[in-house]
Ligand binder design. Structure first.
Ligand code: XCC
Ligand code: SF4
Length: 632
């Protein structure tokens, strides 16, 4: 592994932390290393108290657990529990957004419908009448359809799955027994099936993994994003900035971290309302910056600047310049409260489910959103007053970045080239090879892969080979920070074909230069946007999604959510590159299933590559196979 290309931003941030004597995640990882080999292989089971059972597949020790569970069943069962964790997170987020929309429509929560176009589009999808109706009434019908998904006890297919997913794939899923009804019941069933003494068949367990991933994809992501767009509006192309340099010494720096725009949208609103108080406190302004996925949500809809991805969260606090960090759900390191304490930073948790020792807790729930958001912004201003005049250490690195590439924004842009058939220019350029293919680069940032700048380097290898990159989540932050969402990146990194296409698109978009080669499509839940785009392209071509020259990649996997997202791509027939290896290698049959045999089932395979060039080369080769099969 090339150890020489730690991104300059991380180098600067780590220096700040070390200068101040902070241990970082890297230090904690080092103390922890080597990490547990049984855990890495997936052959550690602690599901019952006859265990924990550990199987060393290469040694002469035990070949099964005390109960007789085989290594393949063990890794499959563990993988299913990972997937349940990821799916439960997204489904929980989705349900929260749904209930917020319901309460907003009933006048019980201070939010308005901003995405009228999305509501109308969904009404068409779900057969809700729109003629002469108030948009709120239309939304009420959509809410009821969504609520039905969470309440039903029959076996009818889930509304969002059956209406939003492509028909050809549904037929396959139905044959495989993967269609689901109520996501909650399935999460319960999966936990039940994986408890001691239930499903011990690796194939059955792996089918459950696919089913759980479908729930993630169509309820956790698609339903969630559809309703978020109704509430907060459909993202439009906007220019923003990314990396720690977006912090401002003389402003109230308020970092929003987590996932749910129900919180961060209100924070942004109240930051504007309390600007006067910030000025009175001696600040130039209130600088709301985005961290992790809620940062992506804000940048997509409002062009809010992006301060940090997940593995930088503790590092930006060590600058001493963040006055408040407010968090909701998912990916919040407990360590943040400890770093915040050293700087008198207001570290504020808001969700009853996320309590962290030494954090200040300001409960936030939609009914009292305004009052809580006001308190939170106030706490940031108070913290600024205490910080004022003290030295800060903000590494002066940042890059501009184009964000807001929702499918609607993309189609809108393409319509300027061909109003009748907006996808045609893309498909023509795919056919002639100017666009060799698509890679959805998704998921987290991992300290295990920052030393070789895994994501940035892999993306550059792809661009050189004319592969268009669509990204979400923390990999979107990484790409934005590295300047990959700029026109310059198109000139600097793209092959000639891709460059030519992006120049035409940039002109259509009214940009000064070409469109960037890496498209910021949002947060992790917004992977549904990548899927929507692929479905639109496939339908226009009359092929299945899995036949497109497209691959998914989670180059720096951290969170369980990335596992279930990957599973939802696989169910669609989209192959996935992943690093590090999922914890299945101790199960030879499961490993073969995912890396080879799945091809027969859905048309997709999983590939582990730990090094950027190897990953990109495999993806390009895989795309070439798909192209050949399409005869292009
Ligand atoms: Fe979390 Fe979404 Fe992963 Fe980043 S990418 S570490 S999941 S914040 Ni979603
Ligand atoms: Fe061991 Fe079986 Fe219990 Fe797991 S369920 S801990 S393999 S005895």
């Amino acid at each position: 592994m090339d150890n020489t290309i730690l991104p300059v931003i991380e180098t600067a941030l780590l220096k700040v932390a070390h200068d101040k004597g902070f241990a970082t995640a890297r230090d904690r990882l080092e103390v922890m290393s080597p990490q547990c080999g049984f855990g890495e292989l997936g052959t550690c089971c602690r599901i019952c108290y006859m265990g924990p059972c550990r199987i060393d597949p290469f040694g002469n020790g035990p070949k099964t657990g005390v109960c007789g569970l085989t290594p393949d069943a063990m890794v499959a069962r563990n993988l299913l529990r990972d997937t349940v964790g990821g799916t439960a997170s997204h489904v929980g987020h989705a349900r929260h957004v749904l209930l917020t929309l319901r309460d907003a429509l009933n006048g019980k929560a201070p939010y308005q419908v901003k995405g009228v176009s999305k509501a109308l589009a969904l009404a068409r999808t779900f057969g809700v009448p729109t003629e002469g109706r108030d948009v709120n009434d239309i939304c009420r019908d959509l809410v009821n359809i969504a609520l039905e998904d969470f309440g039903r006890q029959d076996e009818l297919p889930n509304n969002w799955l059956s209406k939003r997913a492509p028909a050809a794939e549904q037929a396959l899923w139905s044959d495989l027994g993967l269609m689901y009804s109520n996501p909650h019941n399935e999460i319960e069933t999966a936990m039940h099936a994986t408890s001691m003494g239930n499903d011990a068949d690796p194939v059955s367990l792996m089918l459950r993994v696919l089913k759980m991933s479908l729930i993630d994809g169509w309820t956790g992501l698609t339903l969630c994003v559809d309703l978020q767009d109704i509430l907060f509006g459909v993202p439009e192309i906007a220019v923003t900035e990314a990396a720690v340099g977006v912090l401002e010494e003389n402003s109230v720096n308020l970092a929003a971290h987590g996932h749910n725009p129900v919180l961060s949208e209100k924070i942004l609103e109240w930051a504007e309302k309390l600007e006067g108080e910030a000025l009175a406190a001696g600040a130039e302004r209130i600088n709301v910056v985005g961290v992790c996925c809620t940062g992506n949500e804000l940048s997509m809809r409002h062009g809010v600047k992006l301060a940090a991805h997940n593995s930088q969260t503790e590092l930006i606090l060590a600058t001493g310049a963040v006055d408040a960090m407010v968090v909701d759900i998912q990916c919040i390191w407990p360590q943040l409260a400890q770093v915040a304490k050293c700087f008198d930073t207001a570290f504020i948790t808001t969700d009853a489910m996320v309590r962290i020792p030494d954090a200040r807790h300001i409960p936030f729930e939609p009914h009292h959103a305004d009052e809580s958001a006001r308190q939170i912004v106030q706490a940031a201003i108070d913290a600024f007053r205490r910080r004022r005049g003290k030295p800060v250490d903000i590494p002066q690195h940042k890059s501009t970045a184009v964000a807001g590439l929702s499918v609607e924004a993309i189609i809108d842009l393409l319509s300027k080239l061909d109003a009748e058939d907006p996808l045609k220019p893309v498909l023509d350029n795919v056919a002639n090879g100017n666009i060799f293919g698509f890679v959805g680069v998704v998921g987290c940032s991992s300290i295990k892969f920052r030393d070789n700048a895994m994501t940035e380097e892999m993306v550059k290898h792809l661009l050189r080979q004319n592969v268009l990159v669509l990204t979400t989540g923390c990999t979107a932050h990484i790409c934005a920070q590295d300047g990959l969402m700029t026109s310059e990146a198109t000139y600097r990194y793209c092959g000639d074909g891709l460059k030519a296409v992006l120049e035409v698109l940039g002109k259509a978009a009214g940009l000064d230069g070409p469109l960037p080669p890496v498209w910021h499509m949002g947060a992790c839940v917004d992977n549904s946007r990548i899927v929507d785009l692929m479905v639109a392209l496939a339908e226009r071509l009359g092929v299945k999604v899995g036949q497109l020259p497209a691959v998914g990649s989670a180059p720096e996997l951290v969170q369980e959510k990335a596992v279930s997202i990957g599973g939802s791509f696989l169910a669609l027939g989209v192959s996935c590159h992943i690093a590090p290896a999922p914890r299945i290698l101790g199960g030879p049959m499961v490993t073969k299933l995912l890396t080879e045999d799945l091809q027969e089932l859905t048309g997709a395979v999983v590939r582990v590559e730990l090094e950027p060039k190897g990953a990109a080369d495999w993806m390009v080769a895989h795309i070439a196979e798909k192209r050949a099969a399409l005869g292009i």
